[in-house]
Unconditional design. Structure first.
Length: 489
């Protein structure tokens, strides 16, 4: 849609040019003062920082100067100088993840776009001079886009909405990076806890294998039982190697989430996951909370508002596509005379075949598409919140069951089995069979505790936004086969 004021052709005389600019300087100044806006002092980071504080209780900052980089670096070094916690991992990622900083740069670009869309259109000046001998024809034009001027308030409002969308997208990326760093932390700590446990278990299995070998030399143990103990030790050794490989991979995932490299890679993480909380969160209105807080849902609502306003502009200008109008002033100089001609020029596109219905239908379909997508997203948000809360509660119950019931009972069985072995009431193979079952139960307990902490991250992501990744049901290391072998024996 173009509507331009073409024109203002005037004679090739310096004083005429000065008069033209003086006559229009007041109008141009008024347009600039009424339509101009300026860059945000923080490039839109205020909204991002507020959401980060509300949802994460962490600081989010765009690093755009050496001084800011030094402050952020000092904070990161302080956090990495002690044993890393989940909160420290999240804060490090918010300050040090370069992908997140790139998202903040994208926000600064959106701020510049907002300013550009809110400014009046620049006028176009052109000059044409034709001369043949003593004959001279001179013409000058100053062209402005009238439609752009007329719709400047509406376009400024749309630009502000688009910028708010960009702010929420940056906030959503902040939440995603934070949740990803927390997930990576729990995965890395769980893998480290498993390595420590399997290392201790392998030492016990090695001692049992050596005992079986010595008994075999005396003839007290046959070759079949010796082979069973040796294969248990061999399986446990392979599982430990797999766990160490996974620990290294999970640590690298945490490193990537926090954006670390070089000398910062020697940070320390705990040897075990934190204990379970005493009780789970009670979220009675979790669906309403999610619908009100989800950042992606806020972005979709703004998109719908923007399309509604754009649809209104399309309907208002459906019959006008090109309308150029302006004052015409032309000087012709011949050998013996000078002719100054004045008038006006109008150029109108006649809606003979297209009455704007195509653009209106496209705008209407685009708006209805956004409506349906918003409704779909609202349904999905409610479902995700319910599912995340259900998984959160169930994983807490499962992990608590292992901590309160299974592991204490396994310890009692192990202690009683050891007493009976010391009293020579059972043989060494019954003792080793119990050790296999205890190892399998402990690994499952570690997995259950890890799944609970991952479920807490998914619950926060389902309520506030930031996406969900990873498979919470993924096993750290399969031990069912070993448990099955132990039960068979």
């Amino acid at each position: 849609m173009v509507w331009e004021l073409r024109s203002l052709a005037f004679p090739h005389r310096p004083h005429s040019l000065r008069r033209l600019f003086r006559a229009r300087s007041g109008l141009a100044s008024a347009m600039l003062l009424s339509g101009c806006t300026w860059f945000s002092p923080d490039a839109g980071m205020g909204v991002v920082a507020t959401i980060a504080q509300q949802e994460l209780k962490k600081d989010a900052a765009a690093i755009r100067s050496p001084e800011e980089a030094e402050v952020a670096g000092a904070t990161v070094r302080r956090l990495l100088g002690r044993t890393l916690t989940a909160d420290a991992a999240v804060q490090t990622a918010l300050l040090n993840n370069r992908g997140l900083q790139a998202a903040y740069d994208e926000l600064a670009i959106a701020d510049a776009d907002r300013v550009g869309q809110s400014l009046p259109p620049n006028p176009t000046f052109s000059r044409r001079r034709i001369q043949a001998g003593l004959a001279l024809e001179s013409e000058m034009q100053l062209v402005a886009d009238i439609i752009a001027l007329a719709t400047l308030p509406a376009r400024s409002e749309l630009a502000a909405e688009r910028f708010h969308q960009a702010q929420l997208r940056a906030a959503e990326e902040t939440l995603r990076v934070a949740h990803e760093a927390r997930r990576a932390y729990y995965q890395a700590v769980a893998a480290r806890e498993l390595v420590h446990f399997l290392t201790e278990s392998r030492s016990a299995a090695e001692a049992a294998t050596q005992l079986a070998a010595r008994l075999g030399e005396t003839g007290a143990v046959n070759k079949l039982d010796q082979a069973r103990e040796q294969v248990f030790y061999a399986d446990l050794t392979a599982q430990l190697a797999t766990a160490r490989q996974r620990e290294a991979s999970e640590r690298e995932a945490l490193i990537r989430a926090m954006g670390l490299w070089g000398t910062s890679l020697d940070f320390k993480i705990p040897n075990a996951l934190p204990p379970l909380p005493h009780r789970v969160q009670t979220l009675a209105g979790i669906e309403v909370d999610a619908v009100g807080r989800r950042v992606d849902l806020q972005i979709a609502r703004i998109e719908l508002d923007v399309l509604a306003k754009s649809y209104g502009l399309t309907q208002a200008s459906r019959f006008i596509n090109i309308l150029d109008a302006g004052y015409a002033d032309k000087l012709e100089k011949r050998v013996d005379e000078r002719v100054l001609m004045r008038g006006f020029d109008v150029r109108l596109q006649i809606p003979l075949f297209d009455f704007g219905e195509v653009r209106v239908r496209q705008a209407e379909a685009t708006y209805m598409q956004a409506v349906n997508r918003l409704l779909e997203l609202a349904v999905n948000v409610r479902s995700e919140a319910r599912d995340a809360y259900r998984v959160y509660g169930s994983t807490y119950d499962i992990a608590g069951h292992y901590q309160r019931e299974v592991l204490p009972l396994r310890k009692i069985i192990s202690d009683e089995t050891l007493l009976r072995y010391n009293a020579m009431l059972i043989d060494v193979f019954s003792l080793l069979a119990e050790a296999r079952q205890r190892i399998a139960a402990t690994i499952t307990a570690i997995e259950a505790k890890r799944d609970f902490w991952l479920a807490t991250v998914d619950l926060k992501a389902a309520i506030a936004g930031g996406g969900r990744s990873g498979n919470r049901n993924e096993r750290i290391d399969p031990m069912a086969a070993s448990a099955g072998k132990a039960d068979a024996r």
